[in-house]
Write a protein that binds this ligand. Structure first.
Ligand SMILES: [Zn+2]
Length: 437
């Protein structure tokens, strides 16, 4: 088997101490290890004046929302939902969903994100839209988990909703369709306590148990959602999950902002994980996820960009910076959350949350990594690589990106995308929407 030895000035291993040498990657896209020198027979790929860093893991996104950028901006959550998401997002077909996913995933790859979890719910009574998301991921070469949403709240647009039977059988069918694809994965995602009925959540939890897979759900993003739980059940939202037997080591709780200490303790005790979306939470004025309180309890935390119309960026390294900054301002303490911690959440934390062998430049893991130009001004001077990546690096510094050992970004361009064509298609779509009554 051929081994490619990527030689560079610095390689950032899991301990975040840069070493010089080579990252050895075999033909199947798996890392063989970091070594001082190539071994005889290795094919050497030189990256002079560069650093190799693990690819970012974006644990929460809604790719179709990239199409809605600018339509509901600078509004309170419920108005944003009505004017942008429900008005435009509810009527998308596979062609539009594909464009949105291409846009979101291309921006992710361009900014060094190699894995995305797309929480997708515009099912339109079938699987064609879901397949369009996966096709976009496959075309661009990004590693993708489709968190296939289970949604039956009758206040939501019809195209989001399914019966429990349909949600279960379609999820099973799509999962079997992609079973042989090493870059694609499907995990269940009952939308939220308000978006999914109790039997629907139960069905999602059962699928996750069958598949030994994470189970994603939005929880306590807005303060009114906590109040709804108190009004309905007399207890907090996580207490409700716990009482129903739904809180376990497979649970991925998205946002998890408006919770009490006993609920944080319950999350830690159950071994559940948190998908933290700091920029989206700031954009929508949601509140502040108590990320340090989770980390101090040993909870796994990953970072998500959330949808392209609630952020409105797609870089998980931007999220790392936002995560650190938000924790600092929340605590009024410049030492509240370091760049190293934020970087670890954006890579290892996300990989652990999604239960995927990525996020680390270490033997046995997938060769998902970015090549960073150290001579880019945003990386200068290089006193501390991890701090520069989180706090000063701009996209310009990202020269190349690899997923499973395959190059998908070169010279700052997403290789398998016709960017000119995409931009014409998006312009035409925006024109059609503007012309619509
Ligand atoms: Zn979300």
């Amino acid at each position: 088997m051929v081994v490619h030895a990527h030689r560079s000035e610095a390689i950032l291993g899991p301990d975040l101490v840069p070493v010089s040498g080579v990252l050895r990657v075999d033909d199947s896209g798996v890392i063989r290890g970091i070594a001082p020198h190539p071994e005889p027979g290795d094919e050497i790929i030189d990256h002079p004046d560069c650093a190799l860093i693990p690819g970012g893991v974006n644990v929460h996104n809604h790719s179709f929302q990239a199409l809605l950028r600018g339509l509901g901006d600078d509004l309170p959550f419920l108005e944003w939902r009505a004017r942008g998401l429900y008005r435009y997002g509810a009527h998308l077909g596979p062609d539009e969903v594909y464009l949105g996913a291409l846009l979101a995933f291309a921006e992710m790859l361009r900014s060094g994100t190699t894995t995305v979890c797309d929480f997708f719910y515009v099912h339109a009574d079938g699987l064609d839209n879901d397949r369009a998301v996966l096709r976009a991921a496959k075309d661009l070469g990004i590693r993708c988990v489709l968190a296939r949403t289970m949604y039956d709240w009758d206040g939501a647009p019809v195209s989001f909703r399914e019966t429990i039977d349909d949600a279960v059988t379609r999820s099973q069918q799509l999962r079997s369709e992609i079973a042989d694809d090493p870059l694609l994965n499907l995990q269940p995602a009952p939308h939220s306590l308000h978006g999914a009925s109790s039997p629907m959540i139960e069905a999602g939890v059962a699928l996750a148990k069958d598949w030994h897979s994470p189970c994603h759900t939005h929880i306590a993003e807005e303060s009114y959602q906590r109040q709804e739980a108190l009004d309905q059940w007399g207890i907090g939202p996580v207490e409700h999950l716990e009482h129903q037997g739904w809180l376990n080591e497979r649970s991925v709780l998205v946002h998890a902002i408006w919770l009490e200490k006993n609920e944080l303790d319950a999350i830690a005790k159950a071994g559940a994980s948190i998908a933290h979306c700091p920029a989206s939470n700031m954009f929508l004025g949601d509140g502040v996820t108590p990320v340090n309180a989770y980390l101090n309890r040993g909870v796994t935390v990953g970072l998500g960009t959330d949808g392209g119309c609630t952020n409105s960026r797609h870089s998980v390294y931007d999220e790392a910076r936002s995560c650190s900054m938000l924790a600092k301002v929340d605590a009024c303490d410049g030492a509240a959350l370091s760049a190293e911690t934020a970087f670890t959440l954006a890579t290892i934390g996300g990989a652990d949350l999604l239960q995927l062998p990525t996020g680390r430049l270490e033997a046995g893991y997938q060769a998902d990594f970015s090549v960073i130009r150290l001579d880019d001004l945003s990386m200068q001077p290089v006193h501390n690589l991890a701090k520069n990546i989180v706090h000063s690096m701009t996209e310009r510094a990202i020269a190349e990106v690899y997923v499973a050992g395959r190059r998908v970004v070169a010279d700052g361009h997403v290789l398998h995308l016709d960017a000119h064509w995409l931009s014409l298609e998006l312009k035409a779509l925006a024109g059609r929407w503007r012309a619509a009554p």
